[in-house]
Write a protein that binds this ligand. Sequence first.
Ligand code: SAH
Length: 432
Amino acid sequence: MCYAIPAKLIKILKKKKHKIGIIDYFGEERQVIIDIDDLKVGDYVYAQGGVLIRKVPTKEALEILEYWKDIFFQLKQTDEALSKVDQDKLPPNALAILQKVNLRKSLKRDEMLTLLGLTQKEELAVLNEIANNVRQQQHGNSSCIHGVIEFSNYCRNSCFYCGIRCEQNIQRYRMSVEEIIAAAKEAVEKYGFKALVLQSGEDLWYDDAMLEKIVTEVRALGILVCLSIGSRDIETYRKLYAAGARAALIRFETSNAEIFAKLRPGTNLQDRIKLIDDVRELGFVLATGFILGLPGETHEDIANNILLTKYFNPDMYTFGPLIPTQDTPLANCSQITKDLVLKATAITRFVDANSNILVTTASETLDKSLRKEALLAGANSMMINVTPAQYRNLYSIYDNKTEDSFDVAQCIKESIDLLMSLGRCPTDLGIS
Ligand code: SAH
């Protein structure tokens, strides 16, 4: 099974910053950034996260497409059937707002607050249905699955929420450069991943030369390399872009500067925002977002978090609930409800109809059913942990991280089965 369908390149456009391609999946077109040379119209390719990353030999592509050609249209029908909205059940206090959503008009902050304030089960169900409908209209049934390798749990920071903050008394590990490359190779060659997130604590033990070697070798596997290494010098990001990394996952964590400064001692929101802006400016495909439900946070803060994410014009929204974690200063905080995660997902879809929204592992940890429910409330992307088994439980950013007990093949099967049951297809989402 593969998590990406080959597309046919049908047009090459030259833009100032990048070469842009139009690719086709069974008649559906997407725009992508071209990141390889020697391409011509008519070639078959893989794209991930809006980046064309690899050419696929025509014979191989046609064989895979032969397998998908009927399934693709069947899945679309399932997705369309599941994305219908029951107009009669629209909640009266949100009616006008949701009509605005239907017209693709952007929501104001106070309208977001009204939606965040909904509590009735039926109202929430309609909110999710409409978000799912907007997702379907914007993206069809495209959904993506990326892999994540957590390569070090050393961290120089002291973030109050995090289970690998430097003060935690936990077993630390660092994968060697060779181990990281070998794990990526296995994820690509054995399991078929086309995009990998390389994640770690802020661990300066890996200097620029080591990171460059990792990125170069992992990119050479023909996949999209996404960095999730936190606040490093912008020069480091520049070098890693040159080495072949094309995506970066950096959350700003909270848009509330006071909460930020309190929960991330020694750091400040302004610097984090500047880093994200600068990384974007370098040309990285960007995934950013926040933690939901930090202590002291109000609905206003949540609305601001969604709006700040939108400000970055990210390729992917990533947010998940705070999971209070033992021995951290936030160990005794209360956990938010799954309804709030779903509301934030749906409202994000309304605020940025064309967005890509990740279902995060923190959401799945809060409630296993959230994976499916978030995918039916506007989300369209998920991640699978491919960290080697001996390290998997040690990257304990929060307690009871989901999936820890499963093997990779099992996780992949479950994810694919879920996507298929919802009528979703692993065609790339493209860029807007
Ligand atoms: N060092 C990198 C990667 C951090 S881990 C960086 O700074 O970007 C990835 C994300 O996990 C963090 O950005 C944070 O949003 C999230 N996280 C950490 N602890 C958490 C917790 N207890 N509950 C929920 N999310 C948490």
